[in-house]
Design a protein around this ligand. Structure first.
Ligand code: ZN
Length: 87
């Protein structure tokens, strides 16, 4: 049993070095920005943030930060939202 646990730990170490194995499907986050704390969430293909900028433009620094921090763990459909950025 002990050797079995060791093999699991070894596997976990290997998996941990391969972040693309892990996909975040949804989460709810408290994001402490410069001007206050905002609730940010991802559910399926939908980002959401309670800040004013997200409400008016559908994108904000909080969501873009999470896309950078968790990029390796996000599906392509929610990793980049540059189509919202004005040319
Ligand atoms: Zn925001």
């Amino acid at each position: 049993m002990y050797s079995s646990l060791i093999s699991k730990i070894e596997k976990a170490k290997r998996y941990a070095e391969e972040p693309e194995r892990i996909s975040l499907k949804s989460f709810d986050i408290a994001f402490r920005g410069d001007n206050g704390t905002h609730a940010v969430s991802l559910h399926g293909d939908e980002w959401s943030c309670e800040c004013d900028h997200f409400r008016t433009s559908g994108l904000c620094a909080h969501v873009m930060t999470l896309q950078r921090v968790f990029g390796a763990h996000l599906a392509d459909s929610v990793r980049y939202t540059t189509e919202h950025v004005p040319a």
